[in-house]
Every structure is written in C-alpha cells, then in structure tokens.
Write a protein that binds this ligand. Structure first.
Ligand SMILES: Cc1cc2nc3c(=O)[nH]c(=O)nc-3n(C[C@H](O)[C@H](O)[C@H](O)COP(=O)(O)OP(=O)(O)OC[C@H]3O[C@@H](n4cnc5c(N)ncnc54)[C@H](O)[C@@H]3O)c2cc1C
Length: 322
C-alpha cells in the first residue's frame, strides 16, 4: 500500500525536518526503529469528540521492542502520551507537544487460557473484543468491558468500569513501557487504584494486560453483554461525538443530578452542548472546538458550585496546549 507523503517510515532513515506551528518538532534520528512516525499529525479524527489540534509527532510502533527502542532513542527529550480510542480525552486546539503513541493492530490481540480463565490482551485491544473473546471461550466476569468504548491501555490507566465492576476487580497485572524505554510488569497492587484513577506515571504506555475471569456459560455471558449494550443505548448519547462521563461522581452524589439541578440540561457554548439525554455528557453538536467543549464544562462546574456548593472534578482528561 502506498504511504501518504507526510508519513515517515523508519526504514527510510532520517525523519523529515519539520516546522510545527507553536510546537517543538525537531528532526528525530531513529536508526533501527520500524514503526511509523508522522509529524504535525491531526488528532481530531482519532478522538470521539472530533475536535482539537495536532500532535507534534504521532508514533505507531511495530511491536513492543520497537516502542522500547523508540523511547530509548528519544531519551526523555520530548513528552510522551499514549492515545487509545480517545473516548475520554479533550485534545486542546493548540495540539499536543511531543509524541503521541498510538497502539495499532500489533497490540490488538486477545487470547484466553481455557484452564485458568486468564484473558491476555494487547494494550490496543478494544473492550468489546475483550468481552466477546472471553464469552466465546466460556469466560465470565469481563462483560462490563462491552459497554466501555475504549482500549485496554485506556481502561488500565483510567480504572474503567461499569455496572458494578471495574478494572481493579479483574486485573492481574500489566506490561508497561516507561518513557525511558524500560519495560516492567506491574501487578494490580502497584496501580494503587481508586475511582477512575491509577498511579501509572505520565508517559507510561500499557502494552499488554492480563485479566482474571471465571468459567461461564457463553449464552449467559452473551445475554449479559446484550443487556449492557441495550442499557447503554437507552441511557447515554453513545452515537454522538462525546467523551463519556465528564465529571467524577462526588462521594455519595451523582454528577448528572447536580448538573441537572443547576439547570444545565441542554446548555450550549459555541458548537458544544450538555446532552439532553444524560447531563453528565458533553457533546459536539455543531463543529465545536475543544475550547467550546472545555469552556462549557467549566461553565457547568461554575453553575453547579453556585447551586449546590459542590466542586465537580473533571473525569475527562484535557491535554495539550490551549
Ligand atoms: C459513550 C461513552 C461511554 C463511556 N462509558 C464509560 C463507562 O461506563 N465507564 C468508564 O470507565 N468509562 C467510560 N467512558 C470513558 C472511556 O471510554 C474510558 O475512560 C476508557 O477507559 C478510555 O479508553 P481509551 O482507550 O479510549 O483512552 P483514551 O480516551 O484515548 O485516553 C484516556 C487516558 O488513558 C491514557 N491511555 C490510553 N491508552 C493508553 C495506554 N496504552 N497506556 C497508557 N495510557 C493510555 C491516555 O493517555 C489518557 O490519559 C465512556 C466514553 C464514551 C465516549
């Protein structure tokens, strides 16, 4: 397949010299690295909100060793950020400095050990594939991943969860490539999980994870997955440009109720709107910029505080230059 002009494959030698508006992209010398590096790469099409700027560099590693070599060569010179399906991020309009690492097909595998019911996944595998592969192999306990539209790497970092289960309940351990290029296997205890949060250092890339399931009847597991999918369709704007739950539920409270009580249902700023269907979701209804979306979120926080005295905390990650 022919490669677009602006994509640089490491096999060809040196990266192009590249000027990035407001950015720091400098030529990168990466002998031996086999993945694909793209300068000044648009990110909007890679994230659910379909908004935001460009990455100074976008790197898709060929495999784990390739990622390690790339990061070793980078030697901490530039910030590194992993991107999954972009279902929980606002990429700011000024773009992301440094390197965004996107795990593609080589990291999308899922396999099941029938005896131990351990499900082994690449960091780029989608939640729906994890849940359905477990089901097909008679493994229960991972059905909740059916309802979370992200990758294993995103779930592991964010402690993704739904319907009473979260990653911390099922993770055994994960393989992580640190910004230095070192690879470590971290047991679940090292992740120090709390609600939608882990202690994974910034720039660390989850390349694989192992989840513990239990023996289950594929029909029952499948029926539970269908229930989850239907409940999602009925309660969330899953077919819109959104970023999932915007704010964390404060202890003992529901963020959506606080937003609703503050009169924010349907509130608009530029092309962004508070969803009418679920008030803890912001949606891009009309070519919203990331500034519209983040600004709307801040306005909601202000109104909720004024109305109830509760300071909502962002769940969606906001990254990059304003
Ligand atoms: C319609 C909708 C419904 C949602 N419902 C839920 C829900 O029920 N429960 C829930 O928990 N979440 C939900 N979310 C939010 C989102 O799906 C989860 O947070 C998910 O874990 C994000 O995964 P991702 O791969 O898309 O990560 P991204 O959104 O791409 O990134 C999120 C964070 O994870 C990091 N990250 C991504 N990949 C890696 C990696 N390989 N290694 C290290 N860090 C990485 C990023 O750097 C970023 O900090 C929903 C989102 C949408 C749009």
């Amino acid at each position: 397949m022919e490669q677009p002009d602006d994509v640089w494959n490491f096999d060809s030698g040196m990266a192009p010299d590249c000027e990035v508006e407001g950015g720091v992209a400098a030529p990168l010398e990466m002998d031996g690295v086999r993945g694909t590096l793209k300068p000044d790469a648009p990110l909007a099409k890679l994230v659910w909100f379909k908004s935001g700027g460009r990455a100074d560099w976008l790197f898709e590693p060929a495999d784990v060793d390739d990622l390690r070599l790339f990061l070793e060569r980078l030697d901490g010179d530039l910030p590194v950020m992993a991107l999954g399906l972009g279902s929980n991020v606002i990429i700011r309009d000024g773009g992301v400095p440094g390197v965004v690492v996107k795990l593609g097909k080589p990291f999308a595998n899922v396999s099941v050990d029938d005896e131990s019911c351990v499900v082994e996944c690449g960091g780029g595998a989608h939640g729906i594939l994890v849940a359905s592969t477990a089901r097909d192999n008679g493994v229960a306990g991972l059905e909740f991943m059916r309802g979370i539209p992200g990758t294993v790497g995103g779930f592991v970092r964010m402690n993704g969860g739904a319907y009473g289960r979260e990653v911390s309940d099922v993770l055994i351990d994960c393989d992580v490539v640190m910004p230095s290029g070192e690879c470590h296997t971290l047991p679940v205890a090292d992740m120090q999980y709390s609600y939608r949060h882990s202690a994974l250092p910034p720039g660390a890339v989850v390349v694989a994870a192992r989840f513990q399931g239990q023996p289950g009847d594929p029909e029952i597991v499948g029926a539970k997955m269908d229930e989850i999918a239907e409940a999602r369709e009925n309660s969330q704007p899953v077919r819109t440009k959104t970023g999932g739950s915007t704010f964390k539920n404060p202890p003992g409270r529901k963020a959506w109720e606080l937003v609703d009580a503050a009169g924010c249902r349907g509130l608009r700023q530029g092309g962004a709107q508070v969803s009418e269907k679920h008030t803890n979701f912001l949606i891009n209804v009309d070519n919203a910029t990331s500034s519209d979306i983040e600004g709307l979120g801040e306005e909601v926080r202000r109104r909720v505080y004024e109305n109830s005295g509760v300071e909502l905390e962002w769940e969606i990650e906001r990254v990059g230059r304003p």
